[in-house]
Design a protein around this ligand. Sequence first.
Ligand code: DC
Length: 219
Amino acid sequence: MRVIAIDGPAGSGKSTVARAVAKRLELRYLDTGAMYRAVVFAVLRNGEDPADHEFAARTARDIELDIGLDKVMVNGVDATIEIRGPEVTRAVSVVAANADVRRELVSRQREWTERNGGGVLEGRDIGTVVFPNAELKVYLTADPEERARRRAKEVTDLDYEAVAADIARRDAFDSGRKADPLTEAVDAVIIDTTGMSIDQVVDKIERLLAAATPSEGQA
Ligand code: DC
């Protein structure tokens, strides 16, 4: 089973790169951040507080999730737009720090991968926790200013300063939490994508894979 792990902080280029790698390798792609966002969405729709540990954990266990390439369905409701909105984004770090939510979502991520015979998974803990034996682990970074610029382009209703402040807050929270903090796996290849185009990053990953995989007749 081929598993490629792509981790890194917000705005490091993970989603675009992971999608492109999946397409080139003809593997399925899973955005695990969308799963944490979906739990927040479901908690808020129930009028509950995302910081309520038990409620969030129960929601993660009961939630019906369909994370598609371009569409995210949560309990039968199209949540594609809302999971990227400011309300969910504000609350997602606290839910991602909930160890019971993590246990449930990690188990679903492993099941999804088994079911699909492998995949390209992007997140914060794929190489460290979900698939420590992945064929290739990539940790993407970029200067905080560049990451904020990229996100500000995606999120049209927020200005650069607001996005930069939000990214800094989430980075600190995601890296500082006890449960599976954002950190590079010891054997991850770190790629600083500052000033690199998507194609350059994807080409580099393809070269790394080729170098790691013996070609036919060589094995
Ligand atoms: O990649 P993103 O911005 O959609 O992720 C949303 C949040 O979920 C982010 O604050 C970190 C968290 N996350 C996580 O803790 N573990 C993952 N595997 C993926 C995302």
